[in-house]
Design a protein around this ligand. Structure first.
Ligand code: FE2
Length: 282
C-alpha cells in the first residue's frame, strides 16, 4: 500500500503520517468502546491503589499485570494528596492497556484491519506480532505529558524491531497535545532499556549517553494529525507529546508490533502468557 516516495520518507525520517487510513466511524467506534470499558471500571475495588502509602508498589504491579490484561492508569494530577479524585472518574485516566487488541473484539477488529497487515509488510516486518495496545485519553485540561522517549526502551528485541502504529481518533493539534518527533532520529542509538528487576518492579539500564532531544527542543517537530490519521513510528525514533491544557480531548490509540524473528528477552516488562501473541490472522 506504500508507494516509493512513502518508503523513502520512512527511511529518511523514521516516521510516516498517513491521513485517512481509518474511517471516522472506526475512530468513533473505538472511542465508544473505550468509554464503555472505563464505565465498567470498579472505582471502589481499586480505592486502595489510590490511597495506600505503597502507591509505587501498587503502580508497578498494575503495570506488570497489564501485559495480558486491560488495566487503567490514572493521570498524575487525578489524585490530591489525600488520594481523592480531583476529577470525575471518566476523566481521571491517562490510558488503558496493554492487551485490549487481543482481549476485546472491537479493539481486535480495529487492530487487525487488512490494510495494517499490508502496511507492516511493506515496512519489511517478516513475522509481525501485535505486542501491546494503548488507548491514550489525553482528556481536556488534565491530559499529561509523554516525555521524549524511544519505544524500543520499553519494547525491546534483539535486533530492535518494534514499530508503533498511532491513530488519531480525534484531531490532534499543538493545542491539545499532538505528537512531536525528531525527523531522522531513528538513526541514533537506543539510549536506555527498561526491564524487570529480580527484586520485583522495573528499572532502567543506560545503554548510550547520546543526548535525547526533549520536548520544547527545536529538533522535535509537531505532527498535527486529523482524525483517522495513522502515524507510523520507528522503534528508535525520539518522540513525545505535551500536556493537553486545552478544552478539547485528544483521544488516540496505538498498537506496537515486533518481529517474531527477533529475540525477545525474558526480562522485558511485558511478558505474555495467555493468550499467546499473534499477528494479523485470526
Ligand atoms: Fe512512544
Amino acid at each position: 500500500m506504500l508507494n516509493a516516495e512513502q518508503l523513502a520518507d520512512w527511511e529518511r525520517d523514521g516516521f510516516l503520517v498517513l491521513p485517512e487510513l481509518v474511517s471516522a466511524d472506526a475512530c468513533d467506534e473505538l472511542i465508544a468502546r473505550a468509554e464503555t470499558l472505563v464505565a465498567g471500571y470498579d472505582d471502589a475495588a481499586h480505592r486502595s491503589v489510590f490511597t495506600t502509602d505503597e502507591q509505587q508498589r501498587h503502580a508497578d504491579e498494575l503495570f506488570l499485570r497489564s501485559s495480558d490484561g486491560i488495566e487503567f492508569f490514572l493521570e498524575a494530577d487525578a489524585l490530591d494528596d489525600g488520594g481523592t479524585l480531583t476529577v470525575p472518574i471518566e476523566r481521571a485516566f491517562n490510558k488503558m492497556g496493554h492487551a485490549q487488541h487481543d482481549l476485546d473484539p472491537v479493539f481486535d477488529r480495529f487492530s487487525r484491519q487488512p490494510i495494517l497487515a499490508e502496511l507492516v509488510a511493506d515496512l519489511g516486518m517478516a513475522e509481525p506480532l501485535l505486542l501491546q495496545s494503548m488507548s491514550i485519553f489525553k482528556h481536556p485540561h488534565i491530559g499529561g505529558e509523554v516525555t521524549s522517549h524511544q519505544d524500543a526502551t520499553f519494547l525491546y528485541t534483539e535486533p530492535v524491531s518494534v514499530i508503533g502504529l498511532w491513530f488519531a481518533l480525534e484531531d490532534a493539534t499543538v493545542d491539545n497535545g499532538c505528537l512531536f518527533a525528531q525527523p531522522g532520529g531513528h538513526r541514533s542509538p537506543l539510549r536506555r532499556r527498561m526491564h524487570r528487576l529480580a527484586t520485583g518492579g522495573v528499572g532502567f539500564t543506560e545503554l548510550d549517553d547520546t543526548a535525547m532531544p526533549e520536548l520544547g527542543d527545536p529538533e522535535l517537530v509537531p505532527l498535527e494529525t486529523p482524525k483517522g490519521t495513522c502515524v507510523v513510528l520507528h522503534g528508535l525514533l525520539p518522540h513525545g507529546s505535551h500536556p493537553n491544557r486545552s478544552a478539547r480531548s485528544r483521544h488516540a490509540y496505538s498498537v506496537h508490533l515486533i518481529d517474531g524473528a527477533a529475540t525477545y528477552p525474558d526480562d522485558n516488562w511485558l511478558l505474555r502468557t495467555e493468550p499467546p501473541l499473534r499477528g494479523f490472522s485470526a
